[in-house]
Ligand binder design. Structure first.
Ligand code: GAL
Length: 333
């Protein structure tokens, strides 16, 4: 009888410990790169909302686009006893030292939207960025199959910039080889700043005059800078213009006819999925249904890549408005 009582006691204590572990409040460290573009505040808010709904606490930090500040902020979050680190890297290579640091604290890292190269990254979630570039170039070559193209690519510190370019060139290459399309200006920016879009477009127009038929800009922020340069040269609305991110300003330009298309990436989808994955990682749960891995130069990183979609005059209501991402009255004001 006494033996049975002792066994029951041990079992009860065991169950209490297990329950307290699984009930332990998960503390997530969310380390943003910056809030320079419209989307990132939405990413942050939607991620925190989902994590809180699932009973997790989120400590949010932002690195003002400085790789050194991002490293310091990561250390601060790790010292605050987070259970998992979610990061939008400022620099695709420099952020590898944050992974090494986190692993010294026995903490796993989920890379959000942008890949970190050459390190033992634990998980990566993003959109299919090669597909983003393919959608841009396919749309543009359908309506402008011949002529002079300008390609203004993203920041060199961002792995997405390379993926977009691969997607674009997969479509453009055959047109170039046939001599139908000529890329007269082709540059990556240092930072995803509107001004860089403006400066590159001004430089291109100085070198080539107004002999431009189409511009593919890596995001709508750069497209805003391009539009300003075209306007100053009385070419607004006379050049096909592609962007990414479905910023409000870009959607307003699309309905006004001064931008041709943008690529929408449903932020609610990536933010909620990332919060769910982060909580599972903090609980050391395994991901049965994650088939995909991405080579980051060091290992095959388990990954989730979400589908992007085209936004033009016809699809604007079915996409960004239907999703509640942007308000109709704001776009058509
Ligand atoms: C990229 C992101 C884009 C764009 C850009 C600038 O990594 O995928 O959506 O916003 O950063 O922040």
């Amino acid at each position: 009888m006494k033996r049975l009582f002792v066994i029951c006691l041990i079992v009860c204590i065991g169950l209490i410990i297990i329950n307290s572990c699984s009930d332990k409040e998960i503390k997530i460290g969310l380390l943003m790169a910056n809030y320079n573009q419209e989307r990132w505040l939405k990413d942050k808010d939607l991620f925190v909302k989902r994590a809180n709904e699932k009973g997790a606490k989120v400590l949010v930090e932002v690195a003002d686009n400085s790789a050194d500040m991002q490293f310091d902020k990561a250390k601060e979050l790790l010292d605050q006893g987070i259970d998992i680190l979610v990061i939008v890297p400022v620099d695709l290579y420099d952020a590898a030292r944050i992974i090494q640091l986190a692993h010294r604290y026995k903490i796993k890292v989920l890379s959000y939207d942008r890949l970190i190269r050459n390190c033992n990254l634990d998980f990566y979630i993003s959109f299919d960025n090669v597909e983003v570039g393919r959608l841009q170039a396919e749309y543009m070559t359908k309506i402008c199959p011949e002529g002079n193209y300008v390609v203004i690519s993203g920041a060199t510190t961002d792995n997405n910039s390379i993926l977009l370019k691969i997607g674009q060139m997969n479509v453009l290459q055959p047109y170039i080889e046939r001599g139908d399309i000529k890329i007269i200006y082709d540059q990556f920016v240092d930072n995803w700043h509107q001004e860089e879009g403006y400066n590159h477009m001004i430089k291109c127009l100085k070198e080539h005059g107004n002999k431009v038929n189409a511009v593919i800009a890596a995001n709508d922020g750069l497209a805003t800078g391009v539009t300003k340069a075209l306007e100053e040269n009385d070419m607004k609305g006379m050049v096909y213009l592609a962007g990414q991110d479905a910023d409000l300003a870009a959607c307003q330009r699309i309905v006004a006819g001064t931008q041709t298309m943008t690529v929408y990436k449903p932020i609610e989808a990536i933010a909620t999925k990332a919060a769910d994955i982060a909580i599972s990682m903090a609980r050391d749960e395994t991901f049965e249904n994650v088939q995909l891995t991405v080579n980051n130069g060091k290992r095959m990183v388990p990954a989730v890549l979400l589908p992007p979609m085209i936004v033009n005059k016809e699809t604007i209501r079915l996409t960004v408005i239907a999703d509640g991402y942007l308000k109709e009255n704001k776009i058509y004001q």
